[in-house]
Ligand binder design. Structure first.
Ligand code: SMG
Ligand code: MG
Length: 370
């Protein structure tokens, strides 16, 4: 296709309930939606950036600037037949992986539509339903958390992840495990600890956790190898893995036994697939993380999670768990046995609703090839 027009929008969507983690609390979610047009095709993507550099160093502002100054000029007016051609055009620009991933997704969507194929098939997906779970933020007390978990189990989620933070950890794990002895259960620290907390994590070995996600620094791989040696519970890395090279370092150092893949964090689906394949070849299970995406990003996440080595349930919940109204149709719903159906229509397989998108748009800019 010839890339004739690209539009970017800063969107702000109100969350159904505020999400608290060791990094802070958020009540609204800011992202960038990317639209690419060419040869009568339209592709959509989402940059999973946030308002502030808390989870990642990228923000709406940094991604906007890099899209505007570097990534969009690299592809606008060009003929792109395969996504790797676009990635080659912008690979000289370092970092800014969430910005790249949003534009990459829009190109994948358009190119999949050009072939009449669902994104899942383009990426090498092999399943029509993917196992999913829910990520529960920090709550006012262990009792409130237990009630919240009970409500999600009632909705049909079979895997629960809770957020932990220093001083709000073992007590929460104990409370949830006591109430629900059988559930698939894991924790996410979002980098809030250091090695001095090794005894705390060792104590978590008694609670049959599926994994402990990103206990140490967001930039660390080495200290995680020291911690993993002390634990029976697998460590799963999230923030520290930005590329297939990072995944290789983490696996060779034995810093983790499981990896969380988010296309935004690693720069897109191509890099996600490289991590997926490396992990598959090395006996490391992967699962799909979440960045509270709208239905546009979620459609991409579900497609990627249909690849064979995504064997653990993803942080991919129903649209309603995040937003009163999604900006796509059909919205994502929880299916039987805590699974979600992989869209089967061409591209991302959902329709973007223009009025809903307009309603949540804070700023918009359009680029046309001459
Ligand atoms: O999309 O369901 C979701 C959220 C999953 O916990 C989640 N994401 O570290 O894994 C993680 C966090 C990152 C976002 S917190 C602002
Ligand atoms: Mg995480």
């Amino acid at each position: 296709m010839r890339v004739e027009r690209i539009e970017i929008r800063h969107t702000k969507m109100e969350l159904v309930s505020a999400f608290e983690t060791s990094m802070g609390v958020e009540a609204t979610e800011d992202h960038i939606i990317v639209r690419v047009d060419g040869d009568g095709l339209t592709g959509w993507g989402e940059c999973a950036v946030e308002e502030f550099p808390l989870y990642s160093s990228e923000t709406v502002q940094t991604a906007w600037s890099v899209l505007h100054d570097c990534l969009i000029p690299a592809v606008l007016g060009r003929r792109i037949e395969r996504v790797d051609e676009a990635v080659a055009l912008w690979s000289k620009f370092r970092g800014h992986r969430m910005a790249k991933a949003g534009l990459e997704q829009a190109l994948w969507d358009a190119l999949a539509k050009a072939q009449g194929l669902p994104l899942s098939k383009m990426l090498g997906g092999t399943r029509d339903r993917v196992p999913v779970g829910v990520s529960v933020g920090l709550q006012a007390s262990p009792e409130v958390l237990v009630r919240k978990v009970a409500a999600h189990l009632e909705e049909g989620y079979r895997r629960i992840k809770i957020k932990i933070a220093p001083g709000r950890d073992l007590e929460l794990v104990r409370a949830v495990r006591r109430e629900f002895p059988e559930i698939l259960f894991q924790v996410d620290a979002n980098s809030a600890y250091d090695l001095s907390f090794t005894p705390l994590f060792r104590a978590m070995d008694d609670y049959d956790l599926l994994l402990i996600e990103q206990p140490l620094s967001h930039e660390d791989i080495y200290d995680h190898s020291k911690l993993q040696k002390e634990l029976q519970t697998p460590i799963c890395l999230d923030e520290s893995i930005h590329s297939a090279a990072d995944a290789r370092a983490a696996v060779e150092l034995r810093s983790c036994r499981i990896i969380n893949i988010k296309p935004g964090r690693v720069g897109g689906f191509l890099e996600s697939m490289a991590i997926h394949d490396f992990c598959a070849a090395n006996g490391i299970p992967v699962w799909h993380g979440g960045m509270l995406e709208s239905g546009i990003g979620r459609a991409g996440n579900v497609a990627l999670a249909s690849l064979p080595n995504f064997t653990l349930p993803g942080d991919i919940s129903a649209s309603r768990r995040y937003y009163k109204q999604d900006i796509v149709e059909p919205e994502f719903v929880l299916g039987p046995d805590s699974t979600m159906a992989v869209p089967t229509g061409p591209g991302i397989g959902v329709e973007v609703l223009p009025d809903r998108l307009d309603k949540v748009t804070e700023r918009r800019e359009e680029f046309r090839s001459s």
